[in-house]
Structure formats: structure tokens, C-alpha cells
Design a protein around this ligand. Structure first.
Ligand code: PMP
Length: 371
């Protein structure tokens, strides 16, 4: 009998995974990569040296399991949040994992799961839906306004009707760049408590780039609110894989019911601690990126594109009769941006000034050709 190579669907995979493909942006080898919202600045040499020192120290103890509760790291993350977000949090308010994706997965394993649902307001970060699926949590796609802000009244209605156990709010939102007002979060939180009570997870992966302050102070008096953060963007450390959450201590205790023992390696903890020692330098790069992001918005508008206001390190722009063809045109000029599947729109990550110039040259040409 003739047999081809074995495919996923030839295996006894779970029903909900059949016919699906893995998440991930194309990793193409082009000169200008502005597609995954990474920080374009490599870590400063002084920090690289400090990481080497701390990792060397950690290596001497690698015969032992790491600190399972990552207490030193959580203490430093609490100090960072307290200092930058105007709200005091302590070690017991913080939990850390391998990227905020793992934090979100642990939250869904804890509060979602079979027979439960989560809601997000789309277009938004597609991993919220995918991690829901991976944890057996039903997914509900809530609406947005035409300008990509959250339609508060419709969102409150969707929460009341569906009574989801987990509500995702992404601020600033990916891929649109839209920040969410504190009043909106409060209204959605109250709707979720009336319907549930359910957990409200605010994904603040990009908040350091925002014109608005963090929503962290909303934690006061809201035990079902969770703020999720990452060192992948503002700290320029996407390769480190370090995400964390802030919430009331009971939430931190609850996620420990599902975390794998020793999930956060001693090397990861040492590296993250070194990076936190250099917070001020790294936040200096964030300021440069904010300026570049604002320049991208202004120049794209000047060229004649429709641009969504951005509070993140990326910008959504359009409109294109065929977004994928526009993506390919820009790629042919050596610049990789992201087609997130939002009709007529593409997303560009703010890079270095030279990278952004290369991108702007490409889209200027494209505009000329399309008009
Ligand atoms: N949340 C949002 C909104 C994101 O865009 C991303 C990364 N693309 C993440 C979370 C996950 O980031 P990480 O796992 O690197 O912390």
C-alpha cells in the first residue's frame, strides 16, 4: 500500500486541534524585520556582561533545582512595578513564568478549562483564543468599534449574556495599538462580577510604550483583576522568555496549583535579575522607540494612509484593497511587516530610525503606485 508522510491529522490528536496550524509569524531572513513587535536595540554591553556574571554564578548551582517560587525575582519585579506604575505591590502579588504566554496559559488552566469560557474583544492578540483552545476553554469573540476601541456597552452585554469565567482586555491592544481607558476596565470588571464572578485579565504587554499610565492601580479592591506583563518588549528581552502577573496574593497561590514544579530555570531567573538591574537604561530605549512610533504615525498619515492611534511599539495602517499584496510589495523591498488578517490593514513594529526610514520609503512607493 502506498503511504505518504504522516500528517498531524493521521494521529489521534484532540478533536479541536484537527485541521489547525501552529501560531507564528513567518521568520524570513530579510534586512529589515518589523513584524514581531520586538525591541530593535540589542541589550547594552554592560548588561550582557552582567548577565554573564549572574549566569556563571547560577551555573555553579545547576546540579540543584532552581528556587521554585522565584522569590528574589518576584521581589525585584514588584519593586519595578511599584516604582513605575504608582501603585505598591509586594512579592506575594507577583507571579512569573516563561513569557507572558505561559502566565496566560497558567491563568486559563486555573480559571478556564472544559465547560468554561473566555471572552476577548477582537481583533486582539490571537494567542488569547489559541491558549483558550489549548486548555479546553471555550472562546467567545466580543466586538470592537470601527475605530478599534472597545464598544463598552456591547462588551458589557456580551459578558452578561455569555457569563464567561475569564475576560481578556488587552491594553495597549495588539495588533491595533489601542489603549483602553480605566473607566472601561472598571465597567467590564463590574459586569464580570455581576455575571460571574469571573476573572478579568488585563494584558499590558506593551504598556511601557503607552501615552497612558498603567492600569495597575485598579488592582486596589478588585480581587478578580489580574495584570499581565512581560520583559519581551520594553526590556528588549524577547529571547529571555520572562513574563509576570500582578494580582491579589490568592491569585498567585491559585496559579501555583497548575504550574509545573521548577518551571522557571535558574538561568532564566539570573538573566532576568541582571536585566532588572539595568531598568533605567532599558527604559531609555523605550523613550526613543516611543518617539519613533509617533514619527511613524505622523509620516504614514502624511503619506496618506489611514493610521490607528497607537500606544504600543507598533502601528496599524491601511487601508489596502488587498493587504496581503501590499505586505508582499513591502517585503519585496526588504522590509518584513505583519499581516494579522485585519481586513485592509497591516502592522509595522517601530524599529531603529534607519529601519523605519527603509519602511517609510517602501510604503511611499507603494502609495504612489496605488494612486
Ligand atoms: N500579550 C500580547 C498582547 C502580545 O502581543 C504578546 C507577544 N506578541 C504576548 C502577550 C506574549 O509575549 P511573551 O510571551 O513574549 O511575554
Amino acid at each position: 500500500m502506498e503511504t505518504g508522510p504522516l500528517g498531524i491529522d493521521d494521529l489521534p490528536v484532540r478533536e479541536e486541534l484537527r485541521g489547525k496550524s501552529a501560531y507564528g509569524a513567518p521568520q524570513l531572513d530579510v534586512p529589515v524585520q518589523l513584524n514581531t513587535n520586538e525591541n530593535p536595540y540589542p541589550l547594552p554591553e554592560a548588561l550582557v556582561a552582567r548577565i554573564a556574571e549572574r549566569v556563571t554564578e547560577a551555573a555553579r548551582g545547576l546540579n540543584r533545582y532552581p528556587d521554585r517560587d522565584a522569590v528574589e525575582l518576584r521581589t525585584e519585579l514588584a519593586r519595578y512595578l511599584t516604582r513605575t506604575a504608582g501603585h505598591r505591590v509586594a512579592t506575594e502579588n507577583i507571579w512569573a513564568a516563561n513569557g507572558s504566554n505561559e502566565v496566560l496559559q497558567q491563568l486559563l488552566q486555573t480559571f478556564g478549562g472544559p465547560g468554561r469560557t473566555a471572552i476577548g474583544f477582537e481583533p486582539s492578540y490571537s494567542m488569547h483564543a489559541l491558549i483558550s483552545r489549548g486548555t479546553g476553554t471555550g472562546w467567545i469573540s466580543g466586538p470592537r468599534n470601527d475605530d478599534f476601541t472597545i464598544d463598552t456597552a456591547a462588551a458589557v452585554r456580551a459578558i452578561a449574556e455569555n457569563r464567561p469565567e475569564v475576560v481578556f482586555i488587552t491594553s495597549p491592544n495588539n495588533p491595533t495599538g489601542t489603549a483602553v481607558a480605566a473607566e472601561t476596565v472598571i465597567e467590564l470588571y463590574e459586569a464580570a462580577q455581576a455575571a460571574g464572578p469571573s476573572m478579568v485579565v488585563v494584558d499590558e504587554a506593551y504598556v511601557e510604550f503607552s501615552h497612558r499610565p498603567s492600569l495597575l492601580p485598579l488592582l486596589a479592591g478588585r480581587p478578580h483583576l489580574v495584570i499581565s506583563r512581560t520583559m519581551s518588549k520594553a526590556f528588549g528581552a524577547a529571547g529571555l522568555r520572562l513574563g509576570y502577573l500582578a494580582a491579589c496574593p490568592a491569585v498567585v497561590d491559585a496559579v501555583q496549583l497548575v504550574r509545573l514544579p521548577y518551571h522557571l530555570s535558574a538561568v532564566t531567573q539570573a538573566t532576568a535579575l541582571a536585566a532588572l538591574e539595568h531598568t533605567d537604561t532599558l527604559l531609555g530605549y523605550v523613550e526613543q522607540l516611543k518617539t519613533e512610533r509617533d514619527r511613524l504615525v505622523a509620516e504614514l498619515r502624511a503619506i496618506g494612509y489611514e493610521v490607528t492611534d497607537s500606544d504600543a511599539n507598533f502601528v496599524q495602517f491601511g487601508r489596502f484593497p488587498d493587504a496581503h499584496a501590499a505586505w508582499q510589495y513591502i517585503l519585496d523591498r526588504g522590509v518584513l511587516v505583519r499581516d494579522n488578517g485585519v481586513p485592509g490593514r497591516l502592522r509595522v513594529t517601530a524599529g531603529t530610525p534607519a529601519e523605519n526610514d527603509a519602511f517609510l520609503d517602501a510604503v511611499r512607493e507603494l502609495k504612489k503606485e496605488q494612486s
